[in-house]
Design a protein. Structure first.
Ligand code: C2E
Ligand code: MG
Ligand code: MG
Length: 331
């Protein structure tokens, strides 16, 4: 279609349910075709999808989760874990990433990959995200200074939060209420949520005005063009764990990691690698002049209660302990 001189494309997403195996009543058939259509949209749109047991199971689980999530904030079922981030040159703790956890009596602990998409779909991510931001800022503001320089706190923002009107106002309020200096707060945005450059530029500029830092999470996994990196005021790139995983064995992953580090540095940004699990990965990242790392090798995401003990141990032993421990384990 041509609308006011611009070209628009319409593509169909089709869900198909068959009588009699997918339902005996009109209502049941239409409901199942609808669930199949949502799957077809999830699969990238512009395709078709037959109903099957998987889809039926997925739709039921989504319904159950969204019902359980509705009152979860009021029932205080959310908590935050904090994963340390380490500078690769001297091993000091530069910050923590706040990671949301949900525990309910019915299901126990549910992984974020399962419940965060539902929070987004239902819009619940807005109040929950505001809670996360406030809780994380309060926690970081109260961190004791161990002499290493005050660590920063990184908070994940979903696409939906990034589009919410007056995000900057909400961030400013969280900073003010907690007393956390703006430069110690970093907001992580995924590449795939950066689709509308002009609108996002305004949001990012408003956030930068406050003095907070911005990073791009899961970098390298989205589809966005590189030109946005030049235009967005980004402080840090986070190399996605999927590239780090095989960096020692897969030359393609190694090339991607090297390229991302070079790209970041050439654009004047810092770069952190996620999901570092082995000493070998750490060594390669060090050789490639990656600035920072985060991953199970250093620490799993920790509860508020576990963190002080971890920090004390880390201060005593630091990066060297990991390297020697790993060497000893390998003989
Ligand atoms: P992310 O922001 O990329 O966070 C990193 C994920 O990798 C976390 O998973 C972390 O626990 C995990 N991880 C850290 N180190 C390692 C490692 O060495 N090996 C492996 N295999 N995994 C590691 P988690 O906590 O399950 O969170 C998953 C995703 O959920 C996050 O990915 C983020 O996109 C989203 N998320 C978490 N908390 C929030 C939140 O408060 N708000 C929003 N909007 N999204 C959140
Ligand atoms: Mg993140
Ligand atoms: Mg990530």
């Amino acid at each position: 279609y041509i609308l006011q001189g611009s070209e628009f494309y319409v593509t169909p997403s089709i869900g198909i349910a068959l009588y009699p195996q997918d339902g005996h009543s009109t209502q049941e058939l239409v409901m199942n075709a609808d669930a199949a259509m949502y799957r077809s949209k999830e699969n990238g749109r512009n395709n078709f999808q037959f109903f099957n047991k998987d889809i039926s199971h997925g739709a039921q689980e989504r319904l159950e989760l969204s019902n359980l999530l509705r009152g979860a904030l009021a029932r205080r079922e959310f908590s935050l874990h904090y994963q340390p981030q380490i500078a690769l040159d001297d091993g000091r703790v530069i910050g923590f990433e706040a990671l949301l956890r949900w525990h309910c009596d019915v299901r126990g602990l549910t992984p974020p990959n399962l419940f965060i998409p539902i929070l987004e779909e239902t819009g619940l991510i807005l109040p929950v995200g505001e809670w996360v931001l406030n809780a994380a800022c309060r926690w970081a503001a109260a961190l004791p200074d161990t002499g290493d320089g005050a660590p920063s706190i990184a908070v994940n923002l979903s696409a939906r939060q990034f589009r919410q009107p007056d995000l900057a106002g909400m961030v400013a309020a969280a900073l003010q209420a907690s007393g956390l200096p703006a430069e110690r707060l970093e907001l992580e945005i995924t590449e795939s949520s950066l689709v509308d450059v002009e609108a996002h530029l305004a949001t990012m500029d408003a956030l930068k005005q406050l003095g907070v830092r911005l990073s791009i999470d899961d970098f390298g996994t989205g589809y966005s063009s590189l030109s946005y990196l030049k235009r967005f005021p980004v402080d840090r790139l986070k190399i996605d764990a999927s590239f780090v995983r095989d960096v020692a064995d897969d030359p393609d992953d190694a090339a991607i990691v090297t390229t991302i580090i070079g790209l970041a540095h050439n654009l004047g940004m810092r770069v952190i690698a996620e999901g570092v699990e082995t000493e070998r990965q750490l060594q390669i990242l060090q050789e490639q002049c990656c600035d920072e790392i985060q991953g199970y090798l250093i620490a799993r995401p920790l509860t508020e209660q576990d963190l002080p003990a971890w920090r004390t141990t880390w201060q005593r032993t630091g990066l060297a302990s990991i390297v020697t421990k790993a060497r000893a384990a390998h003989g």
